[in-house]
Unconditional design. Structure first.
Ligand SMILES: *[C@@H]1O[C@H](CO)[C@@H](O)[C@H](O)[C@H]1NC(C)=O
Ligand SMILES: [Ca+2]
Length: 224
C-alpha cells in the first residue's frame, strides 16, 4: 500500500509540467545512464520542428535529441558525428549529414531542425543560418508511441544507450512543434525573442523525468 502510494506520488510528480524559462539541464558527467525523458503533449507527426540550445566541450559523437518509436529507434534524432565533423539528422531511420558548420566547443549553439513528410525535406538552422534542404524520408508520419530522451541516444525504444554517444554539458530551450516553423519564427527563437512555444514540447511547461545525475540551474551564470 505504501509502495503504491509512493508510486502514485512519483507518477503525479513526473506529470506536473514545470516552467524551465531561464533554466538549463546540466549533464555533468559522461555516463551511459543519466538522461531526461520528455513527455510529448501530442502524438503522431506529419511535420516536425525541434529547436534546442546546447553547450558542450565533447570531442566525440554526442546525441542532441533522440526520439524513438516502436517501429524505429531513430525516428527523429539529431547527433554530432565527430568523424564526419557534421550534424546528422536521422528521420525514420534514414540519415543525412550537414558539414562545414562552425560548431565550436564551449559556447551555446541554437539548432533547429525542420521536416515534413509530404516533401520529405529536412533543413537544419544552425545559429540562425539555414542549411540547404535535403531529401530524407517522405510518405509516412512519425508514429505514436514516441519516447523522447535528452542526454542519451536510443538504440531501442527507451534504451540501448551508449556512453560514446552520450551528451555532457548544458542544454536549454528545448521545443518541439508538429509543423515546420517559418524562417521568421526560427529567427525569433534564435534571438530569444517572443516566439510561439512548442505545442509538442514546451520549455515553459515541460513534463519530464530525470534519471541519474542531471541538474537544473539558472542559465545566467555570467556577471552582467
Ligand atoms: C507553453 O507554456 C506556457 C506556460 O505555461 C503557456 O502560457 C503557453 O500557452 C504554452 N504554449 C503552448 C503552445 O502550449
Ligand atoms: Ca547508438
Amino acid at each position: 500500500m505504501r509502495f503504491l502510494l509512493l508510486l502514485v506520488m512519483l507518477t503525479a510528480c513526473a506529470a506536473t509540467p514545470q516552467d524551465l524559462s531561464g533554466k538549463m539541464f546540466i549533464f555533468p558527467q559522461e555516463t551511459s545512464t543519466a538522461n531526461v525523458r520528455l513527455t510529448a503533449s501530442r502524438q503522431g507527426f506529419g511535420a516536425v520542428t525541434v529547436c534546442h540550445r546546447s553547450f558542450t566541450d565533447l570531442k566525440r559523437d554526442h546525441a542532441l535529441f533522440s526520439l524513438a518509436t516502436r517501429s524505429s529507434a531513430n525516428d527523429f534524432m539529431i547527433i554530432w558525428e565527430e568523424a564526419n565533423k557534421g550534424i546528422a539528422p536521422h528521420i525514420k531511420n534514414t540519415k543525412t549529414e550537414y558539414k562545414g558548420l562552425d560548431y565550436k566547443s564551449n559556447m551555446w549553439h541554437s539548432i533547429c531542425t525542420t521536416w515534413d513528410s509530404q516533401s520529405g525535406l529536412v533543413q537544419l538552422w544552425f545559429d540562425g543560418q539555414p542549411s540547404i534542404k535535403k531529401f530524407i524520408s517522405s510518405g509516412s508520419d512519425i508514429s505514436v508511441s514516441t519516447i523522447i530522451i535528452l542526454g542519451q541516444e536510443q538504440d531501442s525504444h527507451g534504451g540501448g544507450f551508449d556512453l560514446k554517444q552520450s551528451f555532457s554539458g548544458m542544454m536549454s530551450d528545448v521545443h518541439m512543434w508538429d509543423y515546420t516553423l517559418s524562417p521568421c519564427e526560427i529567427r525569433r527563437y534564435v534571438d530569444e525573442l517572443n516566439f510561439t512555444p512548442g505545442n509538442v514540447l514546451n520549455w515553459s511547461a515541460l513534463e519530464f523525468q530525470i534519471t541519474g545525475r542531471v541538474l537544473i540551474e539558472d542559465k545566467q551564470n555570467l556577471c552582467s
